[in-house]
Ligand binder design. Structure first.
Ligand code: ADP
Ligand code: 5GP
Length: 206
């Protein structure tokens, strides 16, 4: 069977009902292309569910409530911490981000495969609670390309871009703690690489 046939079979089958779903984490420095790759992944593997995070950051142009994030006040987020609402949470670039524990556990126990787009701090918390998690780190080809992608995206000021670049250098140092590293140079190649990794794990479990 060709790689393509493999993927087609997977798409039509979805998750095995009754089995615990696969959990994937995708992390990357801001601007490396994680959102772009996650969208491609979700388009390709129709059965995979994306965990929509809660954040205290304001929406960017084009982002919508309940699709990109659940935008929340800092007060509500802190209440969530007190009430153990989050499977993991972290402060990233000055804002809080968290994953709903109820969403995650309900999705996994019903057999759905789930993608978390979260940072390194969150990934380490999830790894402790869900040791079978499959972790993927998306790398930019270089810091210069990362900077130009952020500039071209045009959603942050120059000052915010520079702070994201500083964070990126720290995040990249953690890359070897992930199961897989994908260098997002040519989008078609990195997309293919990501699909292969995910496909391999879906087949292993089901
Ligand atoms: P992240 O979610 O990691 O912050 P995005 O997916 O928003 O990053 O990508 C940042 C910018 O780079 C976007 O404008 C996107 O269209 C662009 N981009 C993503 N991947 C590539 C690639 N392989 N080559 C060129 N541009 C890319
Ligand atoms: P952005 O504001 O650019 O959408 O995301 C900034 C960073 O926050 C990214 O590294 C993204 O992966 C991370 N992030 C998004 N949601 C969550 C979450 O629920 N938990 C954690 N720990 N990080 C998150």
């Amino acid at each position: 069977m060709s790689g393509e046939d493999n993927q087609k079979t997977e798409e039509s089958r979805g998750s095995a009902s009754g089995s615990k779903g696969n959990l994937f984490i995708i992390s990357a420095p801001s601007g490396a292309g994680k959102t772009t790759l996650c969208k491609e992944l979700l388009k390709h593997f129709k059965g995979i569910r994306f965990s929509i995070s809660h954040t205290t950051r304001g929406p960017r142009p084009g982002e919508t409530e309940g699709t990109d994030y659940f935008f929340t006040s800092e007060e509500d987020f802190q209440d969530g911490i007190k009430n153990n609402t989050w499977a993991e949470w972290a402060k990233v670039h000055g804002n809080y981000y968290g994953t709903s524990i109820d969403f995650l556990n309900d999705a996994l126990s019903s057999g759905s495969d789930v993608i978390l787009d979260i940072d390194f701090q969150g990934a380490m918390q999830i790894l402790k609670k869900y040791p079978d998690v499959i972790t993927i780190f998306i790398m930019p080809p270089s810091i210069e390309i990362l900077r130009s992608r952020l500039q071209e995206r045009g959603t942050e000021s120059d000052e915010v871009i520079e702070s994201r670049i500083t964070n990126a250098k720290q995040e990249i140092q953690k890359k070897n703690l992930y199961n897989y590293i994908i260098i997002n140079d040519k989008l078609t190649d990195s997309k293919e690489e990501l699909f292969e990794i995910v496909n391999k794990h879906l087949h292993r479990k089901n």
